[in-house]
Ligand binder design. Structure first.
Ligand SMILES: [Zn+2]
Length: 214
């Protein structure tokens, strides 16, 4: 199965969130047939010209939307650097856009994430933090779980003094259906180590990302 070029595949399907064994997947033809069923169920004719190639396109889109199941996020963080010339202050990656999918309605959650850690000896290439976000976002998610997964993965692999993750997401299951409330952002945060224990550190982080801390 093709992956986005920026993400290197691993050989088995890994869902670290569920802690389950890899499952056998339905075939591509079965997936396309399921999309055809949904088109018919919606009330349209899957054999009309405009929809003929839609099941194939949808399945290809799903490969992109859900490419995060193929990647082990811990592997992304495995290569670290220890020669930091004594740098021991906060590293913050601010305002990273993400697109994820609500696991209850399978519609997009679009937003931005801020990720910070306070190193203890080891640092990681900054783009790797964004890739960890990307891997967890390209799965069926709830925002709370995604926030915690990113923070605990960074904490587990880098063993820093602390990790902070703040995510602001707009949920299309709220804006395009149900209560129809556009412009509402959900904010979740997970603070680990010094970011949780030390108010000054937490405040510094929140001010860097432009959020009030009170
Ligand atoms: Zn939803």
């Amino acid at each position: 199965m093709p992956n986005k070029p920026s993400l290197s595949p691993v050989s088995t399907v890994i869902d670290a969130s569920a802690g389950e064994m890899p499952r056998t997947r339905p075939s591509r033809a079965e997936a396309e047939a399921a999309v055809r069923t949904l088109i018919e169920w919606a009330g349209d004719d899957p054999d009309r010209e405009g929809l003929l190639a839609t099941p194939e396109r949808v399945v290809r889109s799903y490969e992109e939307f859900f490419g995060g199941y193929e990647i082990d996020p811990e592997e992304i963080l495995a290569r670290t650097f220890e020669e930091t010339e004594g740098y021991d202050d906060m590293v913050v990656l601010r305002g990273i856009r993400f697109e994820s999918y609500c696991e209850h309605h399978m519609v997009p959650i679009i937003g931005i994430a801020h990720i910070a850690y306070l190193p203890r000896h080891r640092v990681v290439g900054i783009s790797k933090l964004a890739r960890v976000l990307e891997v967890f976002s390209k799965r069926l998610q709830i925002q709370e779980k995604m926030t915690a997964q990113i923070a605990t993965t960074i904490d587990r692999v880098l063993r820093p003094q602390g990790v902070a993750v703040v995510i602001e997401g707009e949920h299309q299951c709220m804006t395009t259906r149900g209560v129809h409330r556009p412009g509402v952002n959900m904010v979740t945060s997970q603070m680990i180590g010094v970011f949780r224990e030390n108010e000054a550190t937490r405040k510094e982080f929140l001010s860097i990302i432009g959020r009030r801390s009170d």
